[in-house]
Design a protein around this ligand. Structure first.
Ligand SMILES: NC(=O)c1ccc[n+]([C@@H]2O[C@H](COP(=O)([O-])OP(=O)(O)OC[C@H]3O[C@@H](n4cnc5c(N)ncnc54)[C@H](O)[C@@H]3O)[C@@H](O)[C@H]2O)c1
Length: 296
């Protein structure tokens, strides 16, 4: 039996990772907790590849071959022959640690266990296993098929040989690796999240409206998306979790989520995934939320 590339979690990031890995020629097994999440993930992969077929960037035969290399499973046992597993489950330490403990028992001792976490300590995840030297961060960006960067995070115990293997593997996936050390938020979110939080503070303090804040950053700083729209896209719940990881990890209240972000998340408004955040997405298009909460 050939070795497989395992992915745990078939959500936004997991299905994107599986697609990119299968497109690079690997046999993939995606594991999620229920069939409904797996079929939703496979539908997203199909839709994304079909867009490439429609734009003549991929043939219909190539698309079928890519989809054919992806298997799904609800049992972790299906990952026992994997040479690497990338975990992309919910951003929660306890949930991830449980997955790492189980993978440590099931996979071959030499298999590399990687996490796509946005901010959780790789060292702590490594400590949940008996192979911390083979635990590493492989932080893909959203949307995975489009974004070139993979932030590679060395935990305290990660072996150099493992980092080198992951750098080479990332290049094989046609992505650009960038190796960083394991401190809260790594580089990407340590810099991005305070900017997003500051944009939310500017709104909260009435300095400007949603549209104005995003326009200044788009046109003034040449950002493709304003920080409030980007926060909606990442998920306001995810932004909130990452800011708390930064705040706790550095013991510095400057990273504490803005009270307006806390309120928005508490009200169940997570951005694109729930249909409303700083903008509304119900119609399929982005519309400004016109409410007394957000002056515009
Ligand atoms: N969304 C982003 O923009 C983004 C970008 C980079 C990294 N990340 C990180 O990627 C990870 C996944 O984020 P997402 O946006 O794909 O989340 P998501 O909510 O879209 O998907 C998470 C998936 O994990 C599954 N899951 C939960 N527990 C599981 C378990 N024990 N075993 C198997 N599957 C399980 C869920 O059923 C769900 O399908 C998080 O760590 C997040 O911080 C997200």
């Amino acid at each position: 039996m050939s070795e497989i590339f395992g992915v745990v979690g078939a959500g936004t990031m997991g299905n994107g990772i599986a697609q990119v890995v299968a497109r690079a020629g690997f046999d993939v097994v995606i594991r999620d907790v229920a069939d409904e999440f797996l079929s939703r993930g496979m539908k997203a992969i199909d839709k994304s590849l079909q867009r490439d077929v429609d734009k003549e960037r991929l043939s219909a035969n190539e698309k079928s071959a890519i989809v054919g290399r992806i298997k799904t499973a609800t049992s972790l046992e299906a990952l026992k022959d994997a040479f690497i597993v990338v975990e992309a489950v919910t951003e929660d330490f306890d949930v991830k640690a449980e997955v790492f403990r189980a993978l440590d028992t099931i996979t071959k001792p030499e298999a590399i266990l990687a996490s796509n976490t946005s901010s959780i300590s790789i060292t702590k995840l490594g400590a949940a296993t008996k192979r911390p030297d083979k635990v590493i961060g492989m932080h893909f960006m959203n949307p995975v098929p489009v974004m070139k960067l993979v932030e590679i995070i060395n935990g305290y115990a990660t072996m150099n040989a493992v980092t080198e293997k992951i750098v080479a593997l990332t290049k094989q996936l046609d992505k650009v690796p960038c190796v960083v050390n394991d401190y809260p938020g790594f580089i990407a979110n340590r810099i991005l999240m305070p900017m997003i939080n500051e944009a939310i503070y500017s709104l909260y303090e009435g300095v400007a409206g949603v549209k104005e804040i995003d326009t200044v950053m788009k046109l003034g700083m040449a950002h493709p998306m304003g920080p409030l729209q980007l926060a909606d896209f990442i998920g306001l719940d995810t932004c909130y979790s990452i800011l708390n990881v930064l705040c706790d990890g550095f013991g510095n209240p400057k990273y504490a989520p803005c009270p307006l972000l806390t309120n928005t998340v508490t009200a169940g408004k997570f951005g694109v995934k729930t249909g409303e955040g700083f903008y509304q997405y119900q119609t399929g298009n982005k519309e400004l939320v016109v409410s007394s909460r957000f002056r515009s």
